[in-house]
Design a binder for this molecule. Structure first.
Ligand code: F6P
Length: 361
C-alpha cells in the first residue's frame, strides 16, 4: 500500500477573499491524486508553524468552503525581518523552530498561501531544505512573477461598488469625493476600481501627483457642467515633492502630517484650491472581506489544483504563477523580495488617459 502523504497548509499575512477556495482546491487536487493524505493546518500562519500549533484535517473538511471569506486556518503577520532574530524573552530561534515542526511531523510538503512578506519567508524555508509550494494571495496584485493574485478581482468588485455608490451622493450635493483604497506601494486595485467605478482622477503610488493638476482637472469638469468629481486615491499616493524625499525625510514628513491619511490632506488642499466641498470615504478592510467573486472562485480552484500537481510531480520551491493565461511554476528565489508595480507607461494607463482620466501628473 502506498505511503500516507502528509501535507502542511498555512495562510499568512493579511487575509483576502478566496483563501478557503484555494485551500479547497489544493485538498481536492491531492485527494484525487493520492490514496491516502493527511492535512496539517497550521493555526495563524507562520506562528502555528513556529509553535507547532496545528489541527488535523481530512479532505472532506475542505468541502463547503468554496464561497466562504477569510481563512479557516487563521492568519497573522510575522515580519520577515524578525524571522532570523532570536526572541529575547523566549530564546526561540524561529527558523529552527519551523524546521523542527516540519521534520517532527514528517511532512512531505508545506503549502503556503500568502503575499510578498510571506514569499520571502517561504523562500527562506525552501533554502533550508523544506519542500515548499506557494500560492499568490493579495488584493494588492503586487506579487512578482504572476500576472494576477487571488483576492484582487473580488476586492476590485467591492471598491468599484463603493465608487459607484458615492456617485449618487456626490451628484446630489455637487461635491468632490475622495475614495481612499488599499495599496501602500502598488496601485493596481485603485487603478482598476477607479476605471470600473468611473472616477475622474486616479492617484497611484507609482505616479506622484501635483495638487494643482488635480485642482485643474476638477475645475475643468466643472466648466463642462460636471458639478461633482470623484477621486480614487491609493492609500500610498504621494505628491511630487514627497517622491523626491529620502525614505527618512518622507517618514518624518508623514509623521508630522496633521491628517490621518493622504486623502484627508488632499481634501483640505483641494477644498482650498477649488472652493468645492470635499469629502473622504475610506472603505478599509471592507475591501478584503466577504466571499470571493465568481472569477476568484474559479481562479483559486484552478490555482489549488495546479499546486497539487506540482506536489505530485515533486516540483518544490515554486509559486504557482498565472502568466499569459497559464498556470506556471515560478521559482521562489525569483519572487521573493520583488514587487510588481503598475508601470507608469503601461497600456492601461495610456488608455485610461484617453478616457479623460487624470492621474494628477
Ligand atoms: O496586503 C494587503 C493589504 O490589504 C494592504 O493593501 C493594506 O495596506 C494592508 O494589507 C493592511 O493590512 P492590515 O491592516 O491587516 O495589516
Amino acid at each position: 500500500m502506498a505511503k500516507k502523504k502528509k501535507i502542511g497548509l498555512l495562510t499568512s499575512g493579511g487575509d483576502c477573499q478566496g483563501l478557503n477556495a484555494a485551500l479547497r482546491g489544493v485538498a481536492k487536487g491531492l485527494a484525487n491524486a493520492y490514496e491516502d493524505v493527511d492535512f496539517y493546518g497550521f493555526t495563524d500562519g507562520y506562528r502555528g508553524l513556529i509553535e507547532c500549533d496545528y489541527k488535523m484535517y481530512e479532505a472532506e473538511d475542505f468541502s463547503g468552503i468554496l464561497t466562504l471569506g477569510g481563512t479557516i486556518l487563521g492568519t497573522s503577520r510575522q515580519p520577515y525581518k524578525q524571522m532570523r532574530v532570536v526572541d529575547e524573552t523566549t530564546s526561540v530561534d524561529k527558523v529552527a523552530a519551523m524546521k523542527r515542526t516540519y521534520q517532527k511531523l514528517g511532512l512531505d510538503c508545506l503549502v503556503i498561501l500568502g503575499g510578498n512578506g510571506t514569499h520571502k519567508t517561504a523562500n527562506l524555508l525552501a533554502g533550508e531544505g523544506l519542500n515548499i509550494v506557494t500560492l499568490p494571495k493579495t488584493i494588492d496584485n503586487d506579487i512578482y512573477g504572476t500576472d494576477l493574485t487571488f483576492g484582487f478581482y473580488s476586492a476590485v468588485d467591492i471598491a468599484t461598488h463603493v465608487i459607484e455608490c458615492i456617485h449618487t451622493t456626490a451628484f446630489s450635493h455637487s461635491r468632490v469625493f475622495i475614495v481612499e483604497l488599499m495599496g501602500h506601494k502598488a496601485g493596481w486595485l485603485t487603478l482598476y476600481a477607479g476605471i470600473g467605478g468611473g472616477a475622474d482622477v486616479i492617484l497611484l503610488p507609482e505616479i506622484p501627483y501635483d495638487i494643482d493638476k488635480i485642482a485643474k482637472a476638477i475645475s475643468k469638469r466643472n466648466d463642462n457642467r460636471g458639478k461633482f468629481a470623484i477621486l480614487a486615491v491609493a492609500e500610498g499616493a504621494v505628491s511630487k515633492e514627497e517622491a523626491k524625499m529620502s525614505k527618512k525625510e518622507f517618514k518624518a514628513a508623514r509623521a508630522a502630517m496633521e491628517y490621518p491619511s493622504v486623502s484627508y490632506r488632499l481634501a483640505a488642499e483641494l477644498e482650498a484650491k477649488t472652493g468645492k466641498e470635499t469629502r473622504v470615504t475610506v472603505p478599509g478592510h471592507f475591501q478584503r472581506g466577504g466571499s470571493p467573486n465568481a472569477y476568484d472562485r474559479v481562479f483559486c480552484s484552478l490555482l489549488g489544483a495546479a499546486a497539487a500537481d506540482l506536489i505530485v510531480k515533486e516540483q518544490f520551491g515554486y509559486m504557482v504563477g498565472f502568466v499569459k493565461n497559464e498556470f506556471v511554476p515560478v521559482p521562489l528565489s525569483e519572487v521573493a523580495g520583488r514587487l510588481k508595480l503598475v508601470p507608469a507607461d503601461s497600456q492601461v494607463i495610456t488608455e485610461a488617459r484617453r478616457l479623460g482620466i487624470s492621474f494628477g501628473d
